[in-house]
Design a protein around this ligand. Structure first.
Ligand SMILES: [Zn+2]
Length: 87
């Protein structure tokens, strides 16, 4: 599990913009990310503990990778929808 910071997530989002992987929602906080070129598929999971956000990906990267960068867009939209729904 890696802590998400403004710096590392920005980097990951920029890389995701270049790579443009396909993101599928498995469930809230759980996303499937596929590289359209290689077909490689990874699972990204988001966790929130005491207002600190963490993410993990099952690829070999040990940093906030672009799979996480690609899924966070979908995650933010879903999180906002859920907040609106419970408000
Ligand atoms: Zn990854």
């Amino acid at each position: 599990m890696i802590e998400i910071t403004k710096t590392n997530i920005e980097k990951a989002i920029n890389k995701a913009r270049q790579t443009k992987p396909f993101v599928k929602v498995i469930e809230f906080r759980l996303y499937s990310v596929t590289n359209k070129t290689t077909g490689a598929n990874y699972t990204v999971k988001f966790t929130k503990i005491n207002n600190t956000k963490y993410a993990e990906c099952n690829c070999k990267a040990t940093v906030i990778c672009y799979h996480i960068g690609a899924s966070i867009g979908a995650h933010i939209v879903l999180a906002e929808q859920m907040q609106t729904a419970t408000a």
